[in-house]
Design a protein around this ligand. Sequence first.
Ligand code: AHN
Ligand code: ZN
Length: 334
Amino acid sequence: MKKYIITILAVLVLASCGEKQNTGKEANKKEEKKNVIVPQFSGDSAYQFVKAQTDFGPRVPETEAHALCAQWLVERLSEYADTVFVQDFRTRIFNGNGMNGQNIIASFHPEAAKRIVLCSHWDSRPFADHDPDEANWNTPIDGANDGASGVGVLMECARLFKQQPLNEKLGVDIILFDLEDYGPRQDEALKYYDEDVNHWALGSQYWSKHPHIYGYKAYYGILLDMVGGSNPNFEKEYYSQAYASGVVNKVWRKAFDLGYRNYFTTELGDPISDDHIPLNEAGLQTIDIIDLQPESSNGSFPEVWHTLNDNIDHIDPATLQMVGNLIVNVVYEE
Ligand code: AHN
Ligand code: ZN
């Protein structure tokens, strides 16, 4: 019940915030920013949040592990956030079959008009279709990096947002998308190719058409994907730069300030089809922080990508720490 009351309030507040009156305040802004105390992001805590997910096993939609993980995510997020929404949806996967999914949304200061979206996908891929051993191509993956890493960072962010509340005028929505990674196997991709249909990012496509709050608007979004590998290479992903260059600049500038130049490069990365595309197409400027490895054997991502090796043994808490620290610095200084 309470959820729906808050929903209605949020709509009213959003509707009434057309203009703002800023004159003398601008000058003080920089000074204020310096005085914000940013809480300490723990890479080890984020790592535990990643491990808790992989301990369920592969989180493939419509499996028990997936359902149990959803329950855990909702329970933990309910401890931290003001409101948690579970958006159940039914969609169509690449082969035409129907499938159920759940987007999980944790809102902080749901009444605030100025909002930031932080997102990741929480499902894991049903097919290890880039595994060196062809016998594994139908085997689901743990998705420690591909899925759980971004969620782990966002769970630690949520813990901090509870511990040290954000400015009351700033709202954050952590959105965990389902069914990002149910695209067809690489060796069958042509068979299922349809220029009008994106077989990936199904939860994000659904949410973009049916946001959890009618008429939902946000200032910008940040997607985290594969943020847990060792020695990451975060290039300025092509669509992020094309759709949301201001957000890329803001985040990369902060990464430089924090001393992360070796990992947040100025290189313009390859275009990646990911959860940020439907959001950008719906008008929400969203960047993708994603580990791009154009020299790897798959040509795009870390070596373990879509193999059985994408497990907890290949997660580096230092990378989680760097990305998480960057996110909290961006958010608390907003
Ligand atoms: C494709 O390769 C179609 N998408 C890359 C985005 C992705 C997949 N992220 C995680 N898994
Ligand atoms: Zn994937």
